[in-house]
Design a protein around this ligand. Structure first.
Ligand code: AMP
Length: 248
């Protein structure tokens, strides 16, 4: 069984994101970029399934600029077998990403997709669901546990107030939640080995997918600044202030 793991290059989760002066987006110049954290979890899960002998090959795909190759190399160093870079300098929206992934799944004869539930830059949480719909495959979203058994996969999902366990048939799309696993750090020997693993390069045109944007971003703004708090001396003073502010 062959597995696809899409890995997105995003602003590192430790970076304090700054909005551009003209409010057209966020600053990406000289900003540290890394693999989307939910995708790291997806790579880790695929590698564990391979180590357990349940899958035979892991293909890591990134859609983005040339530098997205580094994100693929990270996946290869964690244990993916080969990579595909779909090269574009354009911003690619979830529907177009899903269409590109659908094409790759078909071309490469893949049986399972394990991907992040959400990219931490656009916070869309759409691509996995759209991909499952385009492929006509079942989906197990927000997975906190994945068990492969006899052509089916049991997925425990994180839902409001609890967990839901579903069983879906393979081929399928799984999206990862935070508690699924703790991704490994790539060891130095594995980073060196990853340099020898193949990365294929394609363009959206090669795959016959139109990636022109369908959405228009009107404005990006910083969240409103929180007002500084004050200290009160007594409960009476607190109640007085709350009444004054119209809170009670
Ligand atoms: P989103 O729907 O944008 O929140 O993204 C959900 C997931 O789709 C991510 O965690 C990735 O696994 C995948 N994905 C989205 N955009 C890309 C991209 N440009 N390259 C590779 N994978 C992507």
């Amino acid at each position: 069984m062959k597995v696809l793991v899409p890995v997105k290059r995003v602003v590192d989760f430790n970076v304090k994101v700054r909005v551009k002066a003209d409010n057209s987006g966020v600053e990406l110049q000289n900003v540290k970029m890394s693999m989307n954290p939910f995708d790291e979890i997806a790579v880790e899960e695929a590698v564990r399934l391979k180590e357990a002998g349940k899958i035979s090959e892991i293909v890591a795909v990134s859609i983005g600029p040339q530098q997205a190759q580094e994100t693929i190399r990270t996946a290869l160093a964690m244990g993916a077998d080969r990579g595909i870079l779909v090269k574009t300098d354009q911003l690619v929206e979830p529907l177009a990403v899903a269409k590109l992934l659908q094409k790759i799944v078909g071309d490469e004869n893949l049986d399972l997709v394990i991907m992040g539930k959400q990219a931490i830059d656009d916070d869309c949480n759409q691509t996995g669901q759209m991909l499952a719909a385009l492929l006509g495959w079942p989906q197990g979203t927000f997975a906190s546990e994945v068990r492969l058994e006899n052509g089916a996969v049991q997925v425990t999902r994180e839902i409001d107030g609890g967990l839901e366990t579903i069983k879906i048939t393979i081929p399928a799309v799984i999206t990862t939640d935070l508690r699924l696993n703790e991704p490994r750090y790539a060891s130095l020997p594995n980073i060196m080995k990853a340099k020898q693993k193949p990365i294929d390069e394609k363009t959206p045109e090669d795959l016959g997918v139109d990636i022109s944007p369908r959405l228009k971003s009107l404005k990006v703004e910083e969240p409103a600044k929180r007002e500084a708090g004050i200290k009160v001396e007594s409960v009476e003073e607190l109640v007085g202030k709350l009444k004054q502010e119209g809170v009670i």
